[in-house]
Design a protein around this ligand. Structure first.
Ligand SMILES: Nc1ncnc2c1ncn2[C@@H]1O[C@H](COP(=O)(O)OP(=O)(O)OP(=O)(O)O)[C@@H](O)[C@H]1O
Length: 243
């Protein structure tokens, strides 16, 4: 299985403060990598370094096995914090604008993405009248322009109601299963994350303290006869020492 992302001793300091500390992580093709940490643990800072929004103070990263990050980042779709949507435009107009911005001349891509994200029936409705869940699906849709191989989602389900969360979950699973898109997702909502992720990384005070697969998580959280003893939330709290 090929390696999509590898960080080597990646470090970010702001002044004297180290907010990402010597962090080495690996994401393989096909993973849905759940990135877990408390507020301020360094998740967004790591994601910003991966996507080129922040420069590392030390260490480096490889994308798709290469140190040519300019090329690699063309194959990454990103949704970080509040997505930048044009509120006065329809979903389709937003997608067409994104195609133009990225130099994608085949506008049929906009229509196929619209169908994929379940917004093809929104017609003339403007984004300002969308629910939060619809906006979030559109934000993911915009990140799909250019057919990325890696999707980086920072807290994509924050503030969504259960229906909105389910729609995002179904979309992520569809993108991963049907389009073979690898996903890095950070979320505080661990119950939800555990329904999606195939691998996990726990970051605490800027350090990656554990990486494990869903199978390992299952084994660690269940007795030999399959009885559940812990969920991801409890596992996470134990891993960071309940702090
Ligand atoms: N530009 C900056 N200048 C100084 N400190 C920063 C900057 N960006 C982030 N930090 C600090 O780095 C630490 C890690 O922040 P980061 O946003 O990466 O955490 P996080 O794990 O994403 O948290 P949250 O879940 O709250 O978003 C925080 O203490 C934050 O205050």
């Amino acid at each position: 299985m090929s390696v999509i992302l590898r960080t080597n001793h990646l470090t970010k300091r702001y002044g004297h403060r180290t907010v990402v500390d010597n962090l080495s992580m690996t994401i393989h093709e096909g993973d849905i990598y759940g990135f877990i940490g408390k507020n301020g643990a360094g998740k967004t800072t790591l994601i910003r370094m991966i996507t080129g929004l922040a420069a590392p103070s030390d260490g480096n990263l490889l994308l798709f096995g290469s140190s040519n990050l300019l090329e690699g980042r063309k194959q990454i779709g990103t949704v970080i914090e509040s997505p930048a949507l044009y509120p006065g435009m329809t979903a389709r107009e937003n997608l067409i604008t994104q195609c133009k911005l990225q130099g994608v001349t085949d506008e049929s891509q906009a229509d196929s993405i619209l169908t994929l994200i379940g917004l093809s029936d929104t017609g003339k409705k403007k984004v300002k009248d969308f629910s939060l869940g619809m906006r979030q699906r559109l934000a993911i849709g915009l990140s799909l322009v250019g057919s990325p191989k890696l999707l980086v989602l920072d807290e994509p389900i924050n503030g969504l109601d259960p229906e909105g969360i389910k729609e995002i979950r179904d979309l992520i699973l569809k993108l991963n299963h049907d389009r073979n898109i690898t996903v890095l997702i950070s979320s505080h909502i661990l119950g939800e994350l555990s329904r999606l992720a195939t691998r996990y990384g726990i970051i605490h005070r800027g350090r990656l303290i554990e990486e494990f697969t869903e199978t390992q998580l299952f084994e660690r959280c269940h007795t030999k006869d399959g009885k559940a003893e812990m969920d991801l939330e409890e596992y996470f709290l134990n891993a960071i020492g309940g702090k």
